[in-house]
Design a protein around this ligand. Structure first.
Ligand code: C2E
Ligand code: CA
Ligand code: CA
Length: 509
């Protein structure tokens, strides 16, 4: 614009020169204009230089914009948070604070669907939504204002964000805020005609209770967040026992839920033998997990995790279904043999256990008397009244009940008398060493006598050697199972194994 004005002025010069009287004034006008244009050009160059300088500062300067902000969302970054905390904790170290760690989960789907640069736009949009939700949270640390709106969300990088809260007056503020964010931020987004879905996962650590350094608090909030992800319940606050969870264990927990739906569970079986008549009385089923990378896993690796995660009942449901289906198969093949299923203490307290069993017996046309449930003494500890009433209902249904791992717990004789059980199982740890240890021999002898007095059957588990079998028979215990007869094998082969066993026994001398 200014250039055009200048050129017009120069063009009009020859016309002015024709008038002699105005020659002096023209020359002075011209020199004035030249001076003006020099001043203008100099200013323009100076402005451009300033602009370039400020861009450089945003890009690379040690304290420029992008050294304190994330380049995708434009939000304050971890370095900014660290700086603010140093000042804050110097000013008011005695306050209670909470670190709220927020992760956008399932974002990889958005990435796959939209490609990298588009998904960055979505990420920035979600970040904005989180920050908007934080507007009323005045206890949250405000990094800066943008168009009078507070910026309270820190972008740690990737899909991880953080909020720092002053929780001195409200110890549960972080949990409240986390639940609010998890509930209100995610909304269905349609991008390029595709619905994209994501969740927020929060983890919380408190200052100074869980750490005084940002790095420590981040680590602990992260552990809490991982627990939340696995347990799928509410947002989690860090607790000391989370430190025992290695990332390996957490990964296993995450896979367990999948195992049920992806058909990775398997059942093995081990026969229970009448050691006198050599008849097979039952088959005890054992759960296995065919892990996609770790191979065949036994219950000691995953059962406790399943109980903690609240998926044990789903596992048991699967086991019961397979077990009752196998009973139907055995019936069809006219093989008279019971199936024993291990039941966790949590299952026994589950209200639907009995209804679901009844439905299974109905579905497969199997008699409840063909099934034995094995319970550990620990099943009676958490809620003895309920456990007892459930056992009585199972007993009335016709299912046989056995007390598992007997001798390792703390059952009193008086207590045992009240239980509607038909068998006690003596744990492997006593039976294995029976022929070598006087103490084990004495304990097993006492259990056998006591059971006889109470008219209960005794099942010895872990019979590995003929000497042990013979000693058990002499002590009056005729029912056993263990590697001596068979190692656990796949349940699908049970009918064939039974027929083979019967054949061998009838042809044996
Ligand atoms: P348990 O009920 O006491 O089962 C006996 C364990 O000893 C089994 O281990 C079995 O494979 C093993 N065993 C069998 N015979 C012998 C032997 O002669 N010598 C030795 N040393 N061991 C023998 P497993 O299959 O690893 O099961 C461990 C525990 O996991 C079981 O102890 C049971 O409490 C639990 N469990 C197994 N399957 C299930 C299930 O479907 N549901 C529930 N809730 N628990 C299960
Ligand atoms: Ca058992
Ligand atoms: Ca045992």
């Amino acid at each position: 614009m200014h250039y055009r004005l200048l050129s017009l002025t120069l063009f009009s010069f020859p016309l002015a020169a024709q008038t002699e009287s105005s020659a002096v004034s023209v020359i002075s006008l011209l020199s004035g204009l030249l001076l003006l244009s020099f001043i203008y050009l100099f200013k323009l160059k100076f402005d451009l230089h300033k602009l370039r300088k400020s861009r450089q500062a945003k890009k690379a300067g040690p304290l420029g914009f992008y050294s304190l902000h994330d380049d995708i969302s434009g939000l304050p970054n971890k370095f900014f948070l660290q700086q603010q905390l140093e000042q804050l904790l110097l000013r008011a170290p005695e306050q209670q604070y909470s670190l709220l760690l927020i992760k956008i989960s399932r974002f990889e789907h958005i990435n796959q669907l939209l490609g990298h640069s588009n998904s960055n736009l979505v990420l920035a949009q979600i970040a904005q939504r989180i920050n908007d939700q934080l507007k009323p949270a005045e206890q949250a640390l405000t990094f800066e204002f943008r168009q009078q709106d507070p910026v309270r969300l820190c972008h740690l990088g990737g899909v991880d964000f953080a909020v720092w809260l002053d929780s001195s007056d409200k110890p549960h503020l972080a949990e409240y805020l986390a639940d609010n964010l998890e509930k209100n931020v995610p909304e269905a987004m349609i991008v390029h005609g595709c619905a994209v879905d994501y969740r927020l996962l929060c983890g919380i650590a408190h200052y100074p209770e869980h750490g005084s350094q940002l790095s420590e608090l981040l680590e602990r909030a992260y552990l809490a967040q991982q627990h939340h992800s696995v347990l799928q319940g509410k947002s989690q606050v860090f607790t000391a026992d989370m430190l025992h969870y290695t990332s390996d264990r957490l990964a296993l927990m995450a896979g367990l839920r999948q195992a049920i739906t992806d058909g990775q569970l398997a059942l093995y079986v081990q026969p229970q033998i009448d050691m006198q008549s050599r008849q097979v009385l039952a088959g005890e089923v054992y759960l296995r997990w065919r892990h996609p990378t770790k191979g065949l896993l036994t219950p000691d690796v995953f059962l406790a995790l399943a109980e903690e995660m609240g998926v044990i009942y789903s596992l048991t449901q699967w086991v019961l279904n397979e077990a009752v289906a196998m009973l139907a198969t055995l019936n069809q093949a006219q093989l008279d043999c019971k199936i024993a299923v291990n039941i966790s203490s949590k299952d026994l307290l589950h209200d639907e256990l009995i209804d679901s069993l009844e439905q299974l017996f109905e579905k497969y046309q199997v008699k409840p008397q063909q099934m034995m449930l094995e319970l550990k003494e620990s099943a009676l500890v958490a809620n003895p009244e309920k456990a007892m009433s459930m056992m009585q209902r199972l007993h009335r249904l016709g299912v046989e009940l056995a007390l598992d791992d007997f001798g390792t717990g703390f059952s009193s004789l008086a207590y045992l008398r009240q239980l509607p059980i038909q068998h006690v199982k003596v744990d492997c740890s006593f039976i294995n060493e029976l022929h070598k240890s006087d103490m084990h021999s004495a304990i097993t002898g006492a259990i056998i006598d006591m059971a006889r007095n109470l008219s209960l059957g005794v099942i010895a588990e872990g019979v590995e050697e003929v000497e042990v079998e013979q000693k058990l028979l002499r002590m009056g215990c005729s029912r056993g199972q263990g590697f001596l007869y068979s190692r656990p094998f796949e349940l699908s082969g049970f009918a064939v194994w039974l027929k083979q066993w019967q054949q061998n026994e009838t042809t044996a001398p």
